[in-house]
Write a protein that binds this ligand. Sequence first.
Ligand code: DX5
Ligand code: ZN
Length: 221
Amino acid sequence: MKDFWLAPSILSANFARLGDEVDAVLEAGADVVHFDVMDNHYVPNLTIGPMVCKALRDHGVTAPIDVHLMVEPVDAMIAQFIDAGASYITFHPEASKHVDRSLQMIRDGGCKAGLVFNPATSLDVLEYTLEKIDMVLLMSVNPGFGGQKFIPSTLDKLRQARALIDQSGHDIRLEVDGGVGLGNIREVAEAGADTFVAGSAIYNTEDYAATIAAMRAELAQ
Ligand code: DX5
Ligand code: ZN
């Protein structure tokens, strides 16, 4: 079986008990912590920043933290998240004036770098960046909120991104974010994704371990 990663989005966690909520999904079998950063400027919502990432590290979280920046501009936040213990840092190319420089900052800081594409954003920029990235993240909803419905055209875009990644020969993860759950995770994997963000589909259930096991069973078919 492919090396599939499940990445619960803490956007749907109970923020009053965040450390416990992160521990719980990791104990339940999650691979990665997906950390959504919103600035009420690039997206119309406001969440958490580098201090919270650092607090999770201080709390004892050792799993990879996958920081999804929905902020504009990006460079100051990149520097702060490197210091805060991020593992992956991804940003939306239109939110940086100098995409190549921002990617280089992330790698120079010892983190894995990635680009995020909104549903209506073309993958063209990958032509010049594939050798500088470790992750491509396709949004399957418009960014800003959890609990939205998966946009079906993402499946074709996943196939397109998968082909580009495979042709490049680089080791790049293909992540999908938004509206992913038990009902569609298999179809999303078949389209080429190997890393699955799931916020409400995990955190809005009673038994995280059962939900994660059911997702893995879908992926194993
Ligand atoms: C949306 C965020 C997502 C979101 C996913 O802007 O990037 O990570 O939390 O939530 P679900 O899985 O509920 O669609
Ligand atoms: Zn996200």
